[in-house]
Write a protein of this length. Structure first.
Length: 308
């Protein structure tokens, strides 16, 4: 949630007026994440999150906001976009499409335990089931075709050892057929910093749906496992929490080692892209791509079966 686009107080005040939230009290940029510009906005009606979408086309934005609205109405603790009197969930602000969403309580955990992983697994499965009712889903914007295209673009920019690893992994993934696996709308970015917990340790919010789209549900589970699970106990708890809501098929279990590699590749590529093809911003978060390179190397050297 970096800040690429500055917003002036007067233009924000005018933009907020159709929402009927009263006086603008304060607003401040959020220096976290990588893709959009985000601000905490406090009005007479409370605290909200303002997002300006830097590179999302409006058809995709309609889907992302409808998804969050639908999930919130289904009991998933998702931010709910506010609509104006004409039912519009987003409008132009500072030259960018922008939306105001509810601000969920709680804070992210840096070092989750097995019990947190079980709760996240349960949430992810319930999210997958609830999202099945959202119409007209988009494809995963960072799916297999994106990984192949971005990987090929980055190859000439990399050091020889990275280039060799990336080329080999792209070739491997090109041989994998995930099309028969159960599919649906996935979050695709459910990292620790996108999940909130209240003071009693209960899961209170899930954030940042702007990579969501239709793909193999197992890919979403692999994304979560790669970020959340530091050991076997955490991974077993995550899978148990998920499978209690949506049991995994034999085909998903067989595909798990390759899917963990695909998920690690996706985030290695995303961070390599930011490193080698950065965008300008006022406050920009750049995350180390080597973290996911090392995960990918580990999964290649020592494939692990899905816990039962």
């Amino acid at each position: 949630m970096s800040v690429y686009t500055k917003v002036g107080r007067e233009e924000l005040t005018a933009w907020l007026k159709p929402l009927g939230l009263g006086e603008l009290i304060d607003y401040a940029g959020i220096a976290a994440g990588m893709q959009n510009s985000n601000y905490f906005v406090t009005t007479a009606s409370g605290r909200f999150v303002l997002t300006l979408f830097e590179r999302i086309d409006t058809a995709a934005l309609d889907f992302y906001l409808a998804l969050q609205d639908g999930l919130a109405r289904s009991g998933i603790p998702s931010p709910r976009p506010l609509a104006d009197g004409e039912g519009l969930r987003w409008r132009q602000l500072a030259g960018k499409p922008a939306a105001l969403l509810t601000c969920l309580p709680g804070a992210a955990l840096e070092s989750p335990g097995a019990e947190h992983c079980r709760a996240v697994g349960d949430l992810l499965a319930r999210l997958h089931l609830a999202a099945a009712t959202v119409p007209n889903p988009l494809a995963n914007p960072c799916g297999a075709a994106w990984r192949q295209a971005v990987g090929e673009t980055l190859l000439p920019l990399l050091a020889p050892d990275e280039r060799e690893l990336l080329a080999d992994e792209l070739a491997f993934q090109a041989t994998q057929d995930y099309s028969a696996l159960p599919r649906g709308i996935i979050h695709a970015d459910l990292f620790r910093d996108n999940v909130l917990w209240d003071a009693d340790g209960r899961l209170s919010g899930v954030l940042d749906f702007y990579f969501a789209g239709e793909d193999a549900l197992l890919f979403d589970l692999a994304v979560v496992a790669n970020d959340w699970c530091a050991d076997d106990a955490a991974l077993a708890a995550l899978i148990a929490g998920y499978a209690a809501q949506r049991p995994l098929s034999a085909a998903e279990r067989a595909a798990w080692p390759a899917m963990r590699r695909a998920a690690a590749l996706r985030f290695w590529l995303l961070r390599l892209e930011v490193r080698h093809q950065p965008r300008q911003g006022e406050v920009v978060t750049i995350k180390n791509p080597d973290d996911f390179r090392h995960r990918l190397e580990r999964f290649r050297l020592a494939p692990e079966a899905l816990p039962r």
